[in-house]
Design a protein around this ligand. Structure first.
Ligand code: ZN
Length: 77
């Protein structure tokens, strides 16, 4: 009778290892989202750096403010 209990325990342990563990799967590592520093753009007029979310983009160029956007890219020389 004692042997039967041991066998039952072993079988139960094996079943637990096979099926019990599978239930709690570790979620796969989330794909790294772009949470790092934001893209930095440069104002085409004054050259100041600012995050993309704060930049005003017009004509494919970034500006730091509406005034500089209206002024347009600075032309040196
Ligand atoms: Zn500017």
């Amino acid at each position: 009778m004692a042997k039967f209990v041991v066998v039952a325990l072993v079988v139960g342990l094996v079943l637990w290892l096979m099926f019990g563990r599978r239930g709690r799967r570790v979620p796969p590592a989330a794909t790294p989202k772009r949470r790092g520093p934001e893209d930095m753009l440069t104002c085409a007029h004054c050259g100041v750096h600012l995050p993309r979310s704060e930049a005003l983009v017009a004509g494919g160029r970034a500006y730091c403010s509406a005034a500089h956007r209206d002024a347009g890219p600075r032309v040196d020389g």
